[in-house]
Design a protein around this ligand. Structure first.
Ligand code: HEM
Length: 421
């Protein structure tokens, strides 16, 4: 293991941080460092929640899915009743819940059903189309010499990539982008009531849209991933399971678009903030994958996810009771003692991909990571090729603050200037 970093972001003790708070949302790293120094397994005051700040403790959770469950809905009796009642008669599925809210053995069945989306040959065969899409997006603003990169490029490339790979109609991209993308099942516990209301607002529309898409494919099958998932499910269970398919396709559509947008926006922000690193990758495109991996480490787009504890246990010498929640702070693990000089952004850092926790780990490791890595690499290559001498637009510092969400890392907006080619 590498020697621990001597850098110290934590200017104050853990007891002086409140969480979540605007200060921690703006930059969680001093809070994480205080936690690692004082209480790496930290009980959230007055709640049955435990925050895990170190890589090794998070690995323990990944290794024990029988203790740390993804059935987080069990903690909410009303929701639990609904989900558990949804076991389709005669199906190998236990419930209709989505992949990320499933445990073994049904998790493996649900995950296998989605493997077509991440077949490396298939992703490779789509690369030409993804390059064309990225170039067309840039064609739309290159003449201006300025762009708001998040909404005009990253959001659109991410959503169009999922359309291309899965078979959602690209002409509906503005519908997908209009849906509020605030939280997730895991993040909901830390949202304000207003954010929670917004998060639920688009649910019925999303549901109706996906149901309509499924009905259309049942009637007229196509050569695409959506059709494949529907046909596999019917072949396996004997009849169409609409709630399961709707949840699954909805998860692919939403999980696949916002996260990669955060990565593309963040990598450009980090490179502009670190001109020496930008100069290196401009001079040598072989460093693009390293820049993507390091951006994922340095500013994990999804800072944490959670598990429900199914049996009394112990982590790092702290007793954790059945019924508690553990929160795996990937953003903290990505800067813990595993790393040399962890608060330095270094696109040539060794072994980043192997140790990085930005995609989680264990059986629930991000299904879409091959897509995210391919899209990140292509997107960055094309940005570097076409947006020469990128720099922050003056007067936009406030917009570069993190969005108002502790779980997600991405600037609210990223206005940049460049020399058009
Ligand atoms: C930079 C981009 C991305 C990041 C940082 C990211 C992050 C994550 C993380 C941390 C998890 C693990 C959750 C947990 O263990 O609790 C996860 C799971 C998942 N991700 Fe991603 N993701 C990204 C892109 C994508 C894409 C493009 C897709 C597209 C299909 C996707 C689909 C999923 C799914 C379906 C799961 C659940 C896997 C399971 O439970 O077995 N993700 N992602």
């Amino acid at each position: 293991m590498a020697p621990s970093s001597q850098s110290s972001l934590a200017a104050k003790p853990l007891s002086e941080f409140s969480f979540p708070s605007p200060e921690v949302t703006a930059s969680p790293y001093p809070f994480y460092e205080a936690m690692r120094a004082e209480a790496p397994v930290y009980k959230y005051p007055d709640r049955n929640d435990y925050l895990l700040a170190r890589r090794e403790d998070i690995l323990f959770v990944f290794q024990h899915p029988e203790i740390f469950s993804n059935l987080t809905y069990l903690a909410d009796p009303a929701q639990a009743g609904r989900v558990l009642a949804s076991k389709p008669p005669g199906s190998v599925l236990l419930t209709n819940s989505v992949l990320s809210q499933s445990d073994p053995p049904e998790h493996a069945v649900k995950r296998r059903a989605l493997r077509g989306l991440i077949n490396p040959r298939y992703i490779h065969s789509c690369e030409q189309s993804l390059r064309r899409i990225a170039n067309e997006l840039i064609d739309g603003f290159i003449h201006r010499g300025e762009v708001e990169l998040r909404s005009e490029f990253a959001d659109k490339l991410a959503v169009l990539t999922i359309c291309e790979l899965a078979g959602f109609p690209p002409e509906d991209r503005d519908i997908f982008l209009s849906w509020h993308r605030i939280g997730t099942g895991h993040g909901a516990r830390f949202l304000t009531p207003e954010q929670r209301a917004l998060q639920g607002k688009d649910g019925p529309e999303q549901q109706a849209y996906i149901e309509k898409t499924i009905a259309a494919r049942v009637k007229e099958p196509r050569d695409d991933f959506i059709t494949e998932v529907i046909q596999d499910q019917i072949a396996r269970d004997g009849e169409l399971n609409l709630p399961y398919l709707t949840g699954t396709l909805r998860q692919i559509l939403t999980a696949g678009n916002e996260t990669t947008s955060r990565l593309l926006t963040t990598v450009m922000k980090l490179l502009i903030e670190h001109p020496d690193q930008l100069a290196k990758v401009v001079a040598n495109r072989d460093l693009v994958p390293g820049a993507i991996d390091e951006a994922l480490r340095f500013e994990a787009p999804t800072q944490w996810t959670s598990r429900l504890v199914m049996a009394d246990t112990e982590i790092g010498g702290v007793q954790i009771p059945k019924g508690a929640f553990v929160f795996m702070l990937y953003g903290s693990a990505n800067r813990d003692e595993t790393w040399t000089d962890p608060d330095r952004f270094d696109i040539e850092r060794p072994a980043v991909r192997e140790l990085n926790m930005a995609f989680g780990g264990g059986i629930h490791r991000c299904l879409g990571s091959p897509i995210a890595l391919a899209e990140g690499r292509l997107g960055l290559e094309i940005m570097l090729d076409r947006l020469k001498n990128p720099r922050f637009a003056p007067g936009c510092e406030d917009e570069r603050e993190n969005i108002d969400n502790f779980q997600k890392r991405v600037p609210k907006a990223l206005h940049i200037l460049f020399d058009a080619q």
